[in-house]
Design a protein around this ligand. Sequence first.
Ligand code: CTP
Length: 393
Amino acid sequence: MNIVVGITGGIAAYKAPEVVRLLRRAGHAVRCAATDHALQFVTRVTLETVSGAPLYNDLFASGGTEHISLREWADIVVVAPATANCIAKLASGIADDALSTLLVATEPHHVLLAPAMNSGMWRHPATERNVAILRSWGVSVVGPESGALACGTDGIGRMADPAAIVSAIDGIGCGVLSSQRWLVTAGPTYEKIDSVRFIGNYSSGKMGFALAEALAEAGADVDLVTGPTSLAIPSLPRIHRVDVESAREMLAAVEAVWGECHGAILSAAVADYRPAEQADHKIKKQGDEGLTLQLVQNPDILATLGRSKREGQTLVGFALETDNEEANATAKLRKKNLDFIVLNSLRDAGAGFGVDTNKVTILGAKGGRWESGLMTKREVAQTIVRVIMKAEV
Ligand code: CTP
């Protein structure tokens, strides 16, 4: 790929040459674009030497049109570090120097920001609002991380590691899914026993919400059908959230949109069974006797979509297995007519319900196999979306 590395004026600018070096080592062609303030921290000579190309710093050096030719050349513009000022300018469309002009000329899906600043600046409502605006337009953001900061304090604000920035570039969809509609299911289902009790499970919905975000960041319009969860709606406007409670409600919401969708990723932990009778009053204790609940099977939403899948639709399911994991997951992939199945590992500490991290193996109907390391659910979601996109394009 052709990549522009933009550098703005923060102390983390001294790590920018390492980002450039890693990108070139991975086979990418790199041009650097730096603000004047960035050049207080890292020199022109360093950036031109590591990139092997002239620096873009002067808006008028080549007749004032280089921001356009660079935009046409670049597949991605990565800003590392991105200061609060750079983020604020881009969120407001301000183009008053070489880099900010290039950024405003570039389609948001092709921009990755690696913010770096003091914790207070990162948490300032203006910065939070600006980052949310940029993400809603499709700009990708990696980091910042927590740790020791240049101002002598500890906290969030460190620029993501150069290696993490390079991996994040791989995860950017560049709007590959724009004009596509995708469906995601998330969270648990609650199956009513009576007016105050239900059967549920520990699913938090985090994986499904991260998938909805990753799809929206790749340009898709997303229908996110979710069971009960305390998670706030993702801030991206392309995500349309539908709240449901039971498996049967989830099936109805899913069937209402599936025909219009290019694909679906079903990550909800759907209850396989529900009480045969659902009392509309609170069931009272009967003396000292126990209570027997008769359960009946819920519809299998994934299998239902698999049966009605059209040519060109992509269907992705999850599998949670404890024995013969890959063989069972592959059997499920075939039986439910899926294109991919994401095998969750419960064996690894840090993977599974409630936690922020996960580790998965993705199996494809054509025999493909991809493994993620232990990553945040957001990174796992980006990995899944990248695998699906690569198999599609
Ligand atoms: N799923 C679904 N509807 C159900 C049950 C499961 O859509 N009633 C979906 C889940 O969202 C997930 C996949 O099916 O994508 C796998 O769920 P899992 O519980 O692992 O498998 P089951 O098919 O229920 O089989 P088993 O419990 O026997 O392993």
